[in-house]
Design a protein around this ligand. Structure first.
Ligand code: ADP
Ligand code: ASP
Ligand code: MG
Length: 839
């Protein structure tokens, strides 16, 4: 058994531990001179022999394919050829500054040969040489890059043109290596050139007749594995631009995680089902020898990468990865007469095989009423015709109805050795897809149980992949969060989130991801989770204009299981969106009183939307800030108690004013002081009008099931009629006009042994009022401090001695804490998942 490749260390061991360690660099690791220059540091001196297999510089093969197509179509290929030449010569300048050096000369010779091939290709010279010429055009990038890499690695390195060694022949599943011939040629090559470190061209080969060919797109991974086998390597490292094999394509699933290890079979299955990171044929040659393969990131060599080997450590999840095969179609042979007839499947697949159609997935109902299989879209018609012909007699006799073709599909595959003997894997996959409302056209589980595949509509592909990924990799309590209105409360909430989110994730599995913030004018949307503390600063002039539809669509991300919008604005326009958001399945949390106390019809729509979207709407902080007022009322009612009355002090500002107003200072002076302390709104009339308190009373009344609206509340305004419409400065200048009437009320109350408090009251039915009341000294409201709120619930159970909730009921910190409490109540209720059960 071979040793496992150690992580590349920049320090060379004194004597190499391995006989041979093959490295492969993909195009992404050869993007420019700076990248190529870094290769030497990535190839440690841990082995006596270090064959380095290279792909073409990033984008080169695509450009060459386009050049070949252009030439064949009689189009002008010269500008493209020139651009490619320019790019390679400029890259060479970094390694050979003097013009006319051997590197530049060699590259120019390659470009001259390429130009010749393109010219011949355009004129169709020697059609028999067509395929080999095209292979030469496509494979030219590796000739170029290998020269650049050789120059970067230094004069001790030889260059091996794989076409001189590698002999392959084409087969249905791709190129097959002629091992004996290839071994013999490598032996002669080494005899001629010595056993030295070599740079090898990936992707290219020749057939037994000496015609140039390639191993297919992305084939240099396969080249590397073949050379690992030919050199009897102890280790193969494939360098790319991601940290290893990820749980899904990171371009489609932003949350994909890097896998520490996987078996050859798992890697093979993932590659076959479309994971670009590895060519599907790569694993066969290394698996034969048990050579460990490590996938690593040349841009982040500190990352350990993914180890692919025979036996790997068991993983937490039975599913290792998810991938997609696009552009497939389902062929379905339907027929009642097929039930119980032996050999139906055999006949169908023989027909497909005969027509050269390869089958990606097969599924058959146990009733045998229909047999369906998934084939590549380009082969669907051919497959349809072949099956139709094979069953012509059955169709003519009415035993079979015919062959149905469903196009525009893709296959999503979940892969992992651990599925064997783990219960509930398919259930979780299907449940995740169902939650994302993805319709499944066909489903198959391989007999190996290493793979469960489903065919779905192509347009659902990304959404399905993300939903399936969330089902296996994310905590079910993962919530995509958007915060609107970072004013005082919003900012305090963001700070509290920043402090608590890491501990919540670690301790409770609650994964709150702040992915969007907005003010009334600006918004910032992010795929990655934002640092809540820094998020407010993102709403500067550079930020996008606020668009609440785009905001909500972003928060409701397909790849995260849940979504929540926290509205910390005081905007009626934002409240007008709640119903739509809730219906779309977005939870809403807010300290904004507009929805709870606004138009009754809108309130009713919100209740309906909440039910249809299975979403929750919590607004504890609208009354008493962080105090548990609404939840207490809810609990009383939910446990069957009957509400008789609610009364209390619902405004911190007015509480402070009447706690302080003892006649020693005029009322207006206290209003000015409260304003200076920030206890009042900028315009104190907003507090003195009693309207804000009335809104809170409406919210409580509705919570108790009473269809109350603001107009139904008898509100006493403390602002004299004459001052209600005047500008703020005029109001402030004439504030002392409040003093005499208020002093008179205090004197009258005192004469009766009472004091003054600002009280909201909900009695029976629609009896609801807000205003200043004279209360006896033993009333609970006479024993409050500073900005304390106090709510008294008189119920059937709490009849003699009401239930009282009391404490500070204003201020950004406690209000934000009330909002946060609602956020957590929702997250906790999402419910944790139980672990995997093994059979
Ligand atoms: P190279 O040029 O190094 O051969 P490729 O572009 O061929 O690189 O393959 C690496 C890319 O494969 C990654 O950048 C990533 O976008 C894509 N990819 C798709 N599926 C996966 C997966 N499951 N794990 C890692 N990468 C993947
Ligand atoms: N350069 C070839 C391609 O782009 C081979 C490879 O990159 O693996 O397909
Ligand atoms: Mg590749």
């Amino acid at each position: 058994m071979s040793a496992v490749a150690p992580l590349a260390s920049p320090v060379s061991p004194a004597s190499p531990a391995l006989a041979c360690h093959v490295h492969k660099f993909g195009g992404s690791s050869l993007a420019d001179a700076a990248h190529i220059d870094r290769l030497a540091a990535l190839v440690p001196a841990d082995a006596r022999l270090r064959p380095v297999v290279v792909s073409a510089m990033a984008g080169t093969t695509n450009a060459l394919v386009a050049l070949g197509d252009a030439a064949a179509a009689g189009e002008d290929w010269k500008p493209g050829w020139d651009a490619l030449r320019q790019r390679h010569l400029e890259t060479a300048d970094a390694f050979e500054p003097e013009a006319g050096g051997p590197l530049h000369v060699a590259l120019e010779a390659e470009f001259a040969a390429l130009a010749r091939d393109l010219r011949d290709h355009a004129s169709g010279v020697d059609p028999h040489a067509h395929d080999a010429r095209l292979a030469r055009i496509h494979g030219c990038g590796e000739q170029l890059s290998s020269r650049l890499v050789q120059a970067a690695l230094g004069p001790d390195w030889r260059r091996l043109d794989a076409r001189e060694v590698l002999v392959v022949h084409a087969a249905e599943m791709g190129a097959v290596v002629d091992w004996d011939a290839s071994r013999a040629r490598l032996a002669s090559w080494r005899l001629a050139h010595g056993a030295r470190d070599v740079v090898i061209t990936g992707f290219v080969a020749r057939d037994a007749d000496g015609h140039d060919t390639t191993l297919g797109r992305n084939g240099s991974d396969y080249s590397a594995a073949i050379f690992a086998q030919l050199f009897d390597a102890d280790a193969l490292t494939i360098w790319t631009d991601v940290d290893g094999v990820l749980s899904a394509d990171p371009r489609l699933v932003p949350d994909a995680v890097c896998l520490a290890s996987m078996s050859y079979a798992e890697a093979c299955e993932l590659a076959y089902f479309g994971a670009d990171v590895l060519h599907p044929q790569t694993l066969a040659p290394v698996q034969a020898r048990g050579t460990p393969v490590r996938i690593r990131n040349s841009r982040n060599p500190a990352a350990p990468g993914t180890l692919i080997a025979m036996d790997t450590a068991p993983a937490a999840s039975p599913v290792k990865g998810l991938s997609l095969v696009r552009d497939v179609a389902v062929l379905e042979l339907v027929g009642n007469g097929l039930v119980g007839v032996p050999g139906m499947a055999e006949r169908m697949f023989a027909a497909l095989h005969g027509a050269g159609v390869s089958v990606t997935m097969i599924s058959q109902g146990s009733s045998e009423h229909s047999i369906c299989c998934v084939v590549r879209a380009g082969q669907a018609t051919r497959g349809h015709d072949a099956i139709t012909a094979a069953f012509a007699d059955a169709i003519a006799e009415g035993q079979a109805q015919g062959v149905a073709v469903t196009r525009d599909l893709c296959v999503l595959a979940a892969v992992g050795d651990g599925m064997v003997g783990t219960q509930g894997v398919a259930a979780r996959l299907l449940d995740g897809l169902a939650q994302a409302r993805v319709n499944i056209r066909a489903i198959a589980q391989g007999a190996s149980e290493r793979n469960i595949s489903v065919a779905i509509a192509q347009e659902d592909a990304t959404r399905a992949l993300r939903a399936a990924h969330a089902a296996f990799w994310l905590s079910p309590q993962t919530v995509s969060v958007g915060v609107i209105g970072p004013g005082n409360v919003g900012r305090a909430l963001l700070t509290q989130l920043a402090e608590v989110i890491p501990a919540l994730r670690a301790r409770a599995g609650v994964d709150l991801r702040l992915r969007a913030v907005a003010s009334s004018r600006r918004m910032h949307l992010s795929d990655a989770a934002l640092d809540p503390e820094a998020a407010g600063a993102l709403l500067d002039d550079e930020a996008d204009a606020c668009d609440l539809d785009a905001f909500a669509a972003h928060v409701r991300a397909d790849h995260l299981p849940h979504a929540m919008i926290v509205d910390c604005s005081a905007s009626d326009a934002v409240a007008a969106r709640y119903a739509d958001w809730l219906a779309a399945g977005i939870h809403v949390v807010t300290p904004n009183k507009h929805a709870g106390s606004g138009d009754w019809q809108r309130y009713a729509r919100i209740a309906e939307a909440r039910a249809s979207g299975h979403s929750r709407f919590l607004y504890e902080a609208t009354v008493g800030a962080g105090l548990p007022v609404i939840v207490t009322l809810r609990n009383l009612l939910d446990t069957g108690d009957t509400l008789h009355a609610i009364d209390g002090m619902l405004s911190g500002t007015l509480a402070w004013l009447f706690n302080s107003f003892d006649g020693s200072r005029p009322f207006s002076e206290l209003v000015r002081e409260a304003r200076a302390l920030g206890y009042t709104e900028p315009d104190p009339r907003d507090d003195l009008s009693g309207l804000d308190v009335a809104r809170k009373l409406v919210i409580l009344a509705r919570e108790a099931g009473r269809p109350l609206s603001l107009a139904d509340v008898d509100v006493e305004s403390l602002v004299p009629e004459a001052l209600r419409e005047v500008p703020l400065d005029v109001f402030l200048a004439r504030l002392s006009e409040l003093d005499a009437p208020m002093q008179a009320r205090l004197d009258a109350a005192r004469a009766d042994g009472c004091g003054l408090r600002h009280i909201a009251r909900l009695g029976a039915g629609s009896d609801a009022s807000v205003g200043v009341r004279a209360l006896p000294a033993d009333h609970a409201c006479m024993h409050t401090r500073l900005t304390d709120n106090l709510v008294q619930f008189t119920t059937a159970r709490y009849a003699e001695n009401p239930l009282v909730v009391q404490g500070p009921g204003a201020g950004p910190q406690v209000t934000a804490a009330g909002v946060f409490g609602d956020v957590l109540a929702i997250a906790h209720a999402l419910g944790a998942r139980t672990g995997w059960r093994h059979a």
